[in-house]
Design a protein. Sequence first.
Length: 178
Amino acid sequence: MNNSSLPQRICVIGTSGAGKTTLARQIAQKLNIFHFELDSLFWEPNWVTAPADIFRRRVEEALVGNNWIVDGNYSKTRDIVWGKADTLVWLDYSFPLVMSRVLWRTFHRVTTQQQICNGNYETWGKVFSKESIILWSLQTYRRRKKEYPILIKQPEYSHLNIVRLTSPQAAEDWLSNL
């Protein structure tokens, strides 16, 4: 891949727990481009959600420039992010892999008290509530599998280079070839 064909504006999508942020950080480091997580623009301290207009404005401001990578699945800003991106990287991993990752990550974050974004932490109370990231991943996995193939075929997204990665090895191979 020569420099002129390198992606410049990348969005990484996939079910919660698939590894979007990890891959996005690796790509950002390799290409030396700015990386941000949609979660950090959406979640306020104490797990308060940003109002839609503020969230959209934050995303617009973050996407200024021609070299960036963003990770996240927010339909509220899909038109902005996908509209400005040139490459969409879809982590389309198996259900057992995604669930093992989200379980491990959640356990790790709770036991180490790892800060997630804007001073927020996962807690055992949150893990066992209706707001659990594990429950969210369970509820959205199949929906995303059905939704993304339809969305990426929409005419407004025909400009996107779609990179569908179905395994961590495929992601590693793709990254090494950037």
